[in-house]
Design a binder for this molecule. Structure first.
Ligand SMILES: Cc1cc2nc3c(=O)[nH]c(=O)nc-3n(C[C@H](O)[C@H](O)[C@H](O)COP(=O)(O)OP(=O)(O)OC[C@H]3O[C@@H](n4cnc5c(N)ncnc54)[C@H](O)[C@@H]3O)c2cc1C
Length: 412
């Protein structure tokens, strides 16, 4: 009898991790039942394309990856605008805010993270202060940018940079506040930071380091200016906030699933509670290359997690062993992260060098080692050599002599 009962899968989060998992589950099992749940109103869209949508380079249509017809054809039950409120791990049931109780044989939590808001005096109740994570965020930013002249972007990581550039491309005067001494201070050293600084200034973005927003000064419910922790007053019709994500682990409250900043999994993306798995940005997964748990907020990592976790939810035993890469445009150049380039990790050593690429633009490379084994790299400018570097990391290649390490600067 039991063999005639199809397996039931529930997936929370229809980002690239969740949707890829659903697709793979269907590919491997024509009979299974799949519920794919999201609180957002859209089928899968490309978050990586949102900066280009903000700049006006891409249309909304081009940002969409899947439509409802695809889900119907794949027999994936897509539940949009539906928030998972609670999971009953003992009875294997997911409860939504719409009163549904969805039974599962295996559950995937691929819930990503929600952006941290700006919490300073004057921010609460003031309109036009934006995070930049969702398609709806982007539409709202574009609408306001079209009626604005000036903006302040705050944050030392990718999201703040993407907003600074997007609003700059839309013709606003942008001031970018970075709390630390440079952009991406946990990855870049002084040399890499000053290279990025030069690129941003060339594009007429004003950057102020070592300062944050102390207060928003509103007028009639919209921003008029911001006051920085250094006491400057800067005019701003809108404010872009890139202050990091809080990973969405709270949905697991009461289940006994172990969480830290993310959801703890082993290298099979399984949590400590039977039949509950995690993938994508929210997973704090065991990485056999580094020999420890970590999170990885990149598109390729989330997609690869989705493929592997689908096998394991269906009873497989496939470890996730991959070298994640993150490549992003950076004004008129490119930045690429390969593996785990963590400048603040005391267990890693590094070497860095700035040269020029074949177009004469500055090119920066930095390689990270753990006990002489290459574990990560950053390339700014020419990204040639990225793939080879990824292969060297995956192969656990060791470089003992300094000259061997130096030779990496010429890898193609
Ligand atoms: C503006 C921007 C630019 C980026 N650029 C790049 C880039 O250039 N390169 C790169 O590699 N990466 C980039 N990223 C990161 C990349 O987009 C993410 O790593 C990836 O999308 C994560 O996918 P995910 O499936 O893990 O989670 P997400 O895409 O975050 O999906 C999770 C979904 O789950 C939903 N959810 C959460 N909790 C619940 C709940 N309780 N009930 C129902 N639904 C819930 C969320 O609303 C969301 O829709 C960028 C991200 C942003 C925001």
């Amino acid at each position: 009898m039991a063999t005639n009962i199809s397996r039931r899968y529930v997936i929370i989060g229809n980002g690239i991790a969740g949707t890829t998992c659903a697709q793979m589950l269907r590919k491997n099992d024509v009979a299974c039942e799949i519920d794919l749940i999201t609180n957002e109103p859209y089928p899968l869209y490309n978050r990586v394309s949102l900066p280009r949508f903000l700049q006006g380079v891409l249309t909304e249509e081009k940002v969409m990856i899947r439509n409802r017809a695809w889900h119907e054809q794949q027999r994936i039950n897509l539940l949009t605008e539906t928030l998972v409120a609670r999971i009953d791990a003992e009875d294997h049931v997911v409860h939504t805010d719409k009163g549904q109780a969805l039974r599962y044989d295996a559950l995937l939590v691929a819930t990503g993270g929600w952006a941290n808001p700006l919490r300073v005096p004057g921010a609460a109740g003031t309109k036009h202060i934006y995070n930049f994570v969702t398609l709806d965020d982007t539409k709202e930013i574009i609408a306001r940018a079209n009626e604005s002249k000036s903006a302040v972007a705050v944050g030392g990581s990718f999201i703040a940079y993407e907003m600074a550039e997007g609003l700059n491309v839309r013709g606003l005067h942008v001031t970018w506040l970075i709390r630390g001494p440079r952009w991406l201070r946990y990855n870049l050293d002084e040399e890499g930071g000053s290279l990025v600084d030069g690129i941003a200034r060339k594009h007429n973005v004003d950057i102020i380091y070592g300062e944050e927003i102390r207060e928003v000064i509103p007028a009639n419910g919209v921003p008029a200016s911001v006051v920085t922790t250094g006491g400057r007053q800067i005019a701003a019709d809108m404010i872009g906030v890139g202050l990091g994500l809080t990973l969405n682990t709270q949905v697991l409250a009461g289940t006994g699933v172990e969480t830290r900043s993310g959801i703890i999994t082993d290298e099979y993306l399984a949590t400590n509670i039977p039949d509950i798995f995690s993938a994508g940005d929210v997973a704090e997964f065991y990485d056999p290359i580094l020999g420890r748990h970590h999170t990885m907020g990149t598109w390729d990592n989330a997609a690869a997690h989705g493929r592997v976790v689908a096998q394991n939810m269906a009873g497989g035993h496939e470890p996730y062993v991959d070298v994640p890469t993150y490549t992003s445009p950076l004004f008129n150049t490119t930045i690429a992260f390969i593996g785990s380039p963590e400048a603040n990790n005391p267990d890693l050593t590094s070497i860095a060098r700035t040269t020029t690429d074949d177009k004469g633009n500055p090119a920066y490379r930095k390689f990270f080692f753990k006990d002489d084994q290459i574990v990560g790299a950053i390339f700014i400018g020419g990204t040639k050599g990225r793939k080879t570097t990824g292969k060297l990391i995956k192969a656990n290649t060791r470089y003992v002599a300094p000259a061997e390490k130096e030779a990496l600067f010429t890898v193609e």
